[in-house]
Design a binder for this molecule. Structure first.
Ligand code: SF4
Length: 334
């Protein structure tokens, strides 16, 4: 890090405000899952008293905040997670400064404008406003759009690379300039012609998985992620101004807008099947009851609990699902 204060975030918030204040945003989820031993971070939180039957993401975030000596963090609520809200209360009680960013349920654009100013006041700092930073990041977001399009148009982008860039868009890995450079370099050498391989185009929906090798595993069994719902939302695919882009970011709002997005994107991208990831002990598991019947392509609900590599039961379920989809495709081609 370059000496800037790190502002932790338990889920995506308008990072433009953090950057405008001269601070570095840190998506605590990404820091947790990309650490050398994420399961040790979960254990550390449990030793501090966090319940075993609590989502691993929350426990991982807790340990990252403690280990990285993060003084201030932003917790979106409502709009993300009731468990993280309580985590914020716990950390505030322990002396951390916690800001609740409220994604508005109604009058989204007007509500977001107010919330972003409130966040800017809390962050302090002066100079460039969040709106100006949004404009400065337009080129970077355009590059992300190019990668997303390349992934589904050519099916030649490896699932791991696609997923890593998309998920990193929540905080630009804390360094937008370095992130943009690495994305541009990647795009410069990426194949632009359609892949000749017969990989099965798959969508990954739901909360980001704690299964650390899911993209590679899918590749090994003949499937490729060409639509990654929530990480793609981190790229802010729609909206021309700061407030409108965050008003169209589907994840913090109702499930209906997420279903609409998934339906249209899976149709356009010719997706063969959806892997809907759910996290053990997560309230969002109930969303699959609404999502599955609303989609007209096969959906596999895949659950994960502790962070780490895929286990044999999860692998078996994925293999059966991909085999079924390949057989279906063969039947349709005859
Ligand atoms: S997986 Fe669910 S419970 Fe866990 S942090 Fe995400 S929204 Fe919250």
């Amino acid at each position: 890090m370059d000496g800037r204060e790190i502002i932790g975030m338990t889920a995506m918030i308008p990072v433009e405000a953090v950057l405008a204040a001269g601070c570095s945003p840190m998506d605590l989820n990404n820091t947790f899952i990309s650490s050398s031993d994420p399961d040790a971070l979960v254990e550390q939180a449990e030793l501090d008293g966090l319940p075993r039957n609590l989502c691993s993401w929350v426990k991982g975030i807790y340990s990252v905040v403690k280990n990285r000596h993060i003084r201030r963090l932003v917790v979106p609520f409502p709009g993300d997670c009731s468990n993280c809200h309580t985590l914020g209360e716990l950390l505030a009680d322990q002396g951390f400064e916690v800001f609740e960013f409220r994604y508005p349920a109604l009058n989204r654009v007007a509500g977001l404008k107010k919330e972003i100013s409130r966040l800017e006041c809390w962050l302090g700092g002066s100079g460039t406003g969040a709106g100006t930073i949004f404009e400065q990041l337009a080129g970077l977001r355009l590059e992300l759009k190019k990668l997303d399009r390349l992934a589904w148009k050519t099916r030649s982008v490896h699932s791991r690379d696609y997923f890593a860039f998309m998920i990193g868009a929540s905080d630009f890995n804390s360094d937008p300039a370095a992130y943009e450079l690495s994305l541009k370099n990647y795009l410069a050498s990426a194949p632009t012609a359609p892949s000749q391989s017969t990989v099965l185009p798959i969508a990954l929906t739901g909360v980001p998985p704690v299964i650390t090798d899911l993209p590679e595993t899918l590749e090994k069994i003949g499937a490729r992620i060409v639509f990654s719902e929530v990480p793609r939302q981190f790229t802010l695919p729609r909206g021309k101004s700061l407030a409108s882009a965050y008003s169209l970011y589907t994840y913090p709002y109702d499930i209906a807008s997420r279903i609409k997005d998934i339906r249209s994107e899976t149709k356009q991208r010719g997706i063969a099947g959806i892997i809907h990831y759910v996290q053990s002990f997560c309230h969002r598991q109930m969303e699959s009851l609404l999502l599955k019947p609303a989609l007209d392509i096969p959906v596999l609900i895949l659950e994960g609990d502790r962070p780490g590599k895929i286990n044999s039961q999860q692998l078996m379920r994925l293999e059966s699902f991909v085999t079924l989809l390949l057989e279906k495709k063969q039947r349709e081609n005859h």
